[in-house]
Design a binder for this molecule. Structure first.
Ligand SMILES: Nc1nc2c(ncn2[C@@H]2O[C@H](COP(=O)(O)OP(=O)(O)OP(=O)(O)O)[C@@H](O)[C@H]2O)c(=O)[nH]1
Ligand SMILES: [Mg+2]
Length: 233
């Protein structure tokens, strides 16, 4: 939790509904005004939306809760599809928000019942999307609160580090842990994935926990100046 100085102005605890709806005094770091499904990318050289808007991609194991997290973030029940069948999201899906940036739902990896060949295709699709993408500002990597990072999760962290992409870690399904289990699990996940604990955000698509923290971190990521190291070009 960050503590900002708010000066003398007392924060209203319960903004009235009409004002909040009008966006007048809302503290929502990301008010959703417009949403658009732009389309899906199915192969490395295939269709993708026209370049130009900054993108943030959501990555993680199949069933970790990517689509649910996206829905929570944009406050829609069924915007990104949620499935009870792991491995359902097979393409890279692009959603524009407020006509100003793009959220990207990557296909989940690590689904056991998928052939080696199919896994190879997904790996190539994801890697080719992540590399050499000047619009990509960062990646939100999801980890399930109940499970240790898998070899594929570690592979993804290594790839993100190699490309040099800013990475936020979201711990999903936090509602599945008791309050007593939380702190040690968060510490263990931070250690196992090699990130600082305060770079991690605990979220629940069930309760809505973490939504505003995630929204604020995304807004900050999108606003961050692009790294313009001279040896890049
Ligand atoms: N309790 C709980 N269940 C969740 C949460 N987030 C997702 N789920 C459930 O987990 C399952 C998978 O969620 P999805 O959002 O489809 O996961 P995904 O990562 O998009 O999966 P793929 O598209 O297959 O890669 C669904 O049954 C969701 O209802 C959460 O925060 N809490
Ligand atoms: Mg999905």
């Amino acid at each position: 939790m960050k503590n900002h100085e708010h000066g003398e102005r007392a924060q209203k605890k319960t903004p009235d509904a009409a004002e909040a709806a009008a966006g007048a005094v809302t503290k929502d770091p990301l008010v959703i005004r417009h949403l658009d499904f732009l389309g899906g990318m199915v192969e490395a050289a295939g269709w993708r939306p026209p370049a130009g808007m900054p993108e943030v991609a959501f990555s993680g194991r199949s069933n970790v809760g990517k689509s649910s997290l996206l829905n929570m973030l944009v406050r829609r029940k069924a915007f990104a599809r949620v499935s009870k069948t792991p491995g359902r999201t097979r393409e890279i899906n692009f959603f524009s928000v407020n006509k100003s940036f793009v959220l990207v739902d990557l296909p989940g990896y690590g689904f056991a019942r998928v052939s080696k060949e199919r896994k190879g295709e997904w790996g190539r699709l994801i890697e080719s999307y992540l590399r050499n993408n000047p619009d990509l500002r960062g990646v939100v990597q999801l980890l399930d609160a109940r499970h240790d990072p898998t070899a594929e999760d570690r592979g993804m962290f290594a790839l993100l580090g190699d490309i040099g992409l800013p990475t936020l870690v979201v711990v999903t399904k936090i509602d599945k842990l008791s309050s007593r289990e939380r702190a040690p699990r968060m510490a263990a996940l931070a250690r196992a994935s090699g990130v600082d604990e305060d770079q991690m955000i605990a979220c629940s698509a069930e309760t809505g926990e973490g939504r505003d923290d995630l929204a604020a971190s995304l807004v900050a990521l999108l606003a961050a100046p692009l790294d313009a190291s001279p040896d890049d070009e």
